[in-house]
Design a protein around this ligand. Structure first.
Ligand SMILES: Nc1ncnc2c1ncn2[C@@H]1O[C@H](COP(=O)(O)OP(=O)(O)O)[C@@H](O)[C@H]1O
Ligand SMILES: [Mg+2]
Length: 515
């Protein structure tokens, strides 16, 4: 057999378009071999993946190709768009000379097609508002974004417990601030009786951090209506997966908020989706562009969380794909779990770069067709080294691949196009109304009002004593009455999430590990 036959044989795996996605054609001696089509079985997509490479080598476009192909196969995707350049997936691509040449080389006809998309925002930008309540976030994650120490986190856990016990809803940051105020003033003695000593200084610090968080625009994120992750599982009228694009262009300088948001979202998905085991195709694939932002500033403990959840979420039929420059931006514990590795060109500018290239090359299986380290620096734009799993979960031989072009548009869409997508969204009515129902803030406020009225009355009628403790109780009772029923559904969900985080070693009483 000739080398080329040998090569083609090593790549042809017998998949078809109904059980695999096609990425491009294998490259041998610098040229794409049309017969050697490189396919990834749908079945392996919940085994996670990585797309790495230097800036401008084609990572984001590769992610777009994979994501749109997955949608075409009926699987919805969730895209974390940190630069705004993923929105193009929603629009039909346009054939140009370069794309025509690319497709001629790989022997795949170019088919222009957009993907049905939803645009979402966690920061009040254009799109469906993705929000979570403070209660749902839970004390552990909430303390984490506030960067609290152990004592302060303990106090936050206590405040959550108190709110739970009294049926007080903690929806937005206003509610939480009202609760802190209550705990440091009127409610202090009550709380101390039940939960032990409360440090006013710690409460002050927590309050200051909440205000700081607010000033970062987080008040847009906390509140109702909280997002239901099942809405990420929608398909369009043709049975194709919908791409949910979370626009995060303004979160780049807030990596802690981003990593916490990601972890909470994955935790929610984990606690909401049923166990499915190994299936023919995943239920959802999540793509995180510029993933180094999650990992760069994450503590060891947060990394442990991400590692655990990545491991666990597989069984829910969810695949997670990281896109980043250097593979070592992703912790080795996570790297070790990835089924698909797409490595675009690396650049050897510095000694550190050369070391990274050597390390990367060594981590790929030895190939009879390539000198991996040389190839790593000589791959062109839109070419990549790919190592995948076959349908039995066994790694396939390393293949250099000349990738196809996306069927959708490369790059950003205009504000008008963006507005159009948002205005047509079926989720708009559900999530973009301002809701501010009676929660802790309103209840505490009412209480103050009542108290003020009371004291006026007290002066008038001169009956100071007996009425003192009464309003306090009735307010709590009232709060419980008003909120209990609505709280139930949420609480079940919340407990699941908290339970999960507990199982991961960070939840509930176990305060250690986050710092
Ligand atoms: N598979 C491809 N087909 C066509 N053009 C591509 C492909 N990959 C990359 N390109 C071109 O290269 C540019 C940079 O790619 P991009 O994915 O944004 O790089 P990165 O994310 O690695 O910085 C794209 O805007 C596009 O013009
Ligand atoms: Mg990019």
């Amino acid at each position: 057999m000739s080398l080329q036959d040998n090569f083609t044989q090593s790549i042809i795996t017998g998949y078809n378009s109904s059980n695999a996605i096609t990425l491009g054609a294998g490259i041998l001696n610098g040229s794409p071999i049309k017969e050697a089509q490189v396919k990834i079985p749908l079945k392996t997509l919940n085994r996670h993946g990585l797309i790495a490479g230097a800036t401008g080598t084609g990572k984001t476009v590769t992610m777009q190709i994979i994501a749109e192909s997955i949608c075409s196969a009926g699987i919805p995707v969730l895209l974390m768009d940190l630069k705004g350049d993923l929105s193009g997936i929603s629009k039909t691509g346009a054939l140009n000379a370069k794309i025509e040449e690319r497709h001629n080389l790989i022997g795949i006809p170019y088919a222009a097609k957009g993907t049905t998309s939803e645009l979402m925002s966690i920061s009040g930008g254009s799109g469906i508002k993705l929000r979570a309540t403070v209660s749902e976030f839970g004390p552990v994650l909430f303390s984490k974004i506030l960067e609290l120490n152990e004592t302060q986190s303990g106090l936050v856990a206590m405040l959550f417990k108190y709110a739970d016990d009294k049926g007080l809803l903690l929806l937005d940051l206003k509610d939480f601030k009202a609760l802190i105020k209550f705990a440091s003033e009127d409610g202090k003695s009550d709380l101390q009786k039940e939960y032990g000593n409360i440090s006013t200084a710690s409460l002050g610090t927590i309050l200051r951090k909440v205000v700081e968080l607010e000033s970062q625009g987080a008040e847009q994120f906390f509140g109702e209506k909280s997002f239901e992750v099942n809405d990420l599982l929608r398909t369009n009228e043709n049975g194709e997966g919908i791409a949910s694009i979370i626009r995060l262009t303004d979160i780049q300088d807030k990596p802690k908020l981003f990593s916490t948001f990601m972890l909470s979202l994955l935790a929610e998905i984990y606690s909401t989706f049923p166990e499915v085991g190994d299936i023919e195709k995943p239920k959802l694939c999540v793509f995180i562009d510029e993933a180094h932002l999650i990992f760069n500033e994450a503590s060891k403990a947060l990394l442990d969380q991400i590692e655990s959840i990545i491991k666990l979420i597989r069984s829910k039929g969810v695949g997670v794909f990281f896109i980043t420059q250097n593979p070592y931006d992703v912790p080795e514990s996570v790297l070790a779990q990835l089924g698909l590795k797409v490595q675009h060109a690396l650049r050897a500018f510095t000694e550190k770069d050369r070391k990274a290239i050597k390390k990367t090359a060594e981590n790929y299986p030895i190939s009879e067709f390539y000198k991996t380290d040389e190839l790593l620096t000589s791959l062109g734009i839109g070419q990549a080294l790919i190592s995948a799993l076959n349908e039995k979960g066994i790694p396939t031989p390393l293949a250099a691949v000349h990738l196809k072009a996306p069927s959708s548009r490369i790059g950003v869409i205009s504000q008008d196009e963006l507005n159009e997508i948002v205005s047509k969204s079926k989720l708009l009515d559900k999530y973009n109304q301002v809701v501010d129902r009676e929660s802790a803030y309103e209840i505490f406020n009412k209480r103050l009002e009542e108290k003020a009225n009371k004291s006026e009355e007290d002066v008038e009628t001169e009956t100071p004593k007996t009425s003192k403790s009464k309003p306090e109780k009735s307010i709590i009772e009232k709060a419980t009455e008003n909120t209990m029923v609505r709280q139930v559904g949420r609480t079940i969900f919340k407990e699941l999430t908290r339970g999960l985080l507990g199982a991961l070693g960070v939840g509930g009483k176990k305060k250690k590990g986050w710092f």
